[in-house]
Design a protein. Structure first.
Length: 580
């Protein structure tokens, strides 16, 4: 709706404040639901009858256009749905549900303009929203359940059924309600009448049947013939899930484990028990295109087994070696692979033994120089599996088939003769790195023994303390842990440390009493970190009987108040760590 041009010089009134004006679609419905113009001012005179400034008049026109915009959207909703009960979170028109509720609220307070009310009445506006009762919602879900039963022959709805995900959630609520005794006998009888299963074994059995039926129905809805499933279908939507399901049916059929009734159903739609040459050719061409792109990018076809950008490509490359050895690759496919530099010989047979060993050793040395350790990931990208190569060298040394000169070179890189010591060293470095991450995140190294996010790290920290206490830890590891602020005595367990902390906090409390004349430390007292928390802890331990008699006497001697509410300094409660 175009805005009229307003001559600000013609208005004799003084502007009372400029408000935001914009197109109704950019402002949303709540601006049009502000206080109506018919509300009287403090002097009893309606605003519409007052002399309006040009800015107020422009704002009023904008609000009218906003209201007209939402009214038009409401009429469109009525034409599409046949009613005016707009859901609160209706996504078709953002804000339409809130606008409808605002009109009801203004009408109930008598603040809705008469002309607007008349326009709403003319289209059959419902002034009192009808609420869906729990009984109506239950009957609606029960009808959906009965329709599912008639369609598939059972009541086990898959957990993530794409056609109606909320139905499976409703079934879980029904079972929970029966266990808690909240489901009426009449509803239980109606559910059992349609074959609803209450027990988990029956549910699992029916759930497997339901999954098969759903996947079979999904396969039937696919418009292409089953033997030409290809292209985007394999990657988009339900394609990957359905493709895996079809592979499972083929495997069950090959092993004679597919039920006869299911076999008959699959036969009725022409299910291909063997992948057709057309499908295999299309799949091979797709992989070959990916390998050609890899070769043009990196200059070779030695794709790592689990390349992060395309994890299945490395497995396909390895499969081509097997297929060629079995004689399953056509002459044309072999020529196409060789045209992009595909190498059929294994890496270890393409070079003399000495050159082969030196190449692998150089890669290991390069990894150590770059990373400072030999914790090589199993899927480290490259043409060699360096971990496997190191294991082969160690085995060759133990069997006396590796020269002393080569083993000395390996030891110079930090490879120990004892494989168990080697892996223990790698595990220690891994846990140390996790401790560094913990310290960076929380600011300390006090990992709880049963930390939910990393229980192994808490156990490792306790092991380091015991090893240091027994004197079995190497000086190098002890220095590294000390350098990052590792606490060798656990404050939460060691009695001596807990006693020292208590005495230190008691001394701070005495200083606070001498300075302020009482022991009621505010929650966020800035003087000593943790003092207020310690005071609250003493009150809690004294009330529960966990405080020793000696400590209780010492606190009472300084006029410690056990039931006094801690005053506040007007700031949020501090989250300082607990100090006993």
């Amino acid at each position: 709706m175009p805005h009229p041009q307003i001559n600000h010089s013609e208005s004799p009134c003084v502007a009372e404040g400029n408000e935001r004006t914009a197109h109704p679609e950019s402002l949303g419905p709540l601006n049009s639901a502000r206080e109506p113009d018919s509300v009287e001012n403090s002097e009893g005179q309606p605003k519409a009858e007052r002399c309006l400034s040009s800015a107020q008049l422009a704002d009023r026109l904008v609000r009218d256009s906003q209201w007209d915009y939402m009214f038009a959207r409401l009429e469109a909703y009525r034409r599409e749905h046949g009613h005016l009960e707009v859901p609160r979170l209706f996504e078709g028109v953002p804000g339409l549900g809130r606008w409808v509720r605002a009109q009801r609220e203004f009408a109930s307070r008598g603040e809705l303009r008469a002309d607007r009310r008349a326009r709403l009445d003319a289209i059959g506006f419902v002034w009192h929203a009808t609420r869906v009762t729990e009984t109506q919602r239950w009957e609606e879900r029960f009808a959906e359940m009965r329709a599912f039963r008639e369609r598939f022959g059972h009541c086990s709805v898959p957990k993530k059924w794409p056609e109606n995900p909320r139905l499976a959630n409703w079934l879980q609520q029904v079972r929970f309600g029966k266990v808690k005794g909240r489901l009426s006998a009449e509803r239980i009888r109606r559910l059992e009448a349609i074959g609803f299963a209450w027990h988990r074994k029956s549910v699992r059995c029916h759930s497997r049947n339901a999954h098969w039926d759903v996947m079979f129905a999904l396969l039937k809805t696919y418009q292409q013939p089953c033997d030409t499933l290809k292209g985007p279908f394999l990657k988009d939507g339900d394609g990957p899930r359905l493709t895996n399901w079809m592979t499972t049916q083929r495997a069950l059929h090959a092993h004679g484990k597919l039920r006869a009734d299911r076999h008959a159903l699959l036969e009725t739609i022409g299910f291909p028990w063997k992948r057709s040459p057309i499908w295999l050719s299309l799949q091979w061409d797709t992989r070959f295109g990916e390998l050609r792109a890899y070769a043009s990018r990196f200059g070779h076809c030695r794709v790592p087994l689990e390349w992060e950008e395309n994890k299945s490509l490395g497995q396909w490359v390895r499969r081509q070696h097997v297929e060629k050895n079995l004689g399953r690759l056509s002459h044309e496919q072999i020529e196409r692979l060789e045209s992009i530099g595909f190498e059929w010989q294994p890496l270890w047979t393409r070079f003399p033994d000495d050159e082969n060993w030196e190449m692998a050793f150089a890669q290991v040395a390069e990894f150590r120089e770059k990373n400072g350790h030999l914790r090589i990931p199993e899927r480290y990208p490259g043409c060699l599996n360096l971990n496997a190569w190191i294991r082969r060298q160690r085995n060759a040394w133990e069997r006396g088939k590796l020269s002393a000169e080569r083993w000395q070179r390996l030891e110079s890189l930090g490879i120990p003769r004892d494989p168990h010591a080697y892996w223990r060293a790698q595990l220690w470095e891994k846990r140390f790195q996790e401790l560094l991450d913990f310290r960076e995140r929380f600011g300390h190294c006090r990992v709880p023994s049963k930390w939910k996010e990393g229980r192994a790290l808490g156990i490792w920290v306790d092991t380091q303390r015991r090893s240091h206490e027994k004197g079995t830890m190497s000086p190098e590891r002890s220095e590294r842990l000390t350098a990052i602020g590792f606490q060798w005595l656990d404050k939460t367990r060691h009695p001596r440390v807990r006693a020292e902390n208590w005495e230190a906090m008691f001394a701070h409390l005495l200083e606070y009493q001498r300075e302020h004349g009482h022991t009621n430390v505010p929650r966020n007292f800035p003087g000593v970190e943790g003092l207020a928390r310690w005071v609250r802890r003493q009150r809690k331990d004294g009330a529960s009987g966990k405080l020793s008699a000696g400590r209780r006497e010492r606190l009472e001697a300084v006029d410690f108040q056990w039931r006094v509410r801690t005053p506040s300094l007007g700031e949020p409660d501090s989250e300082s760590p607990r100090i006993d």
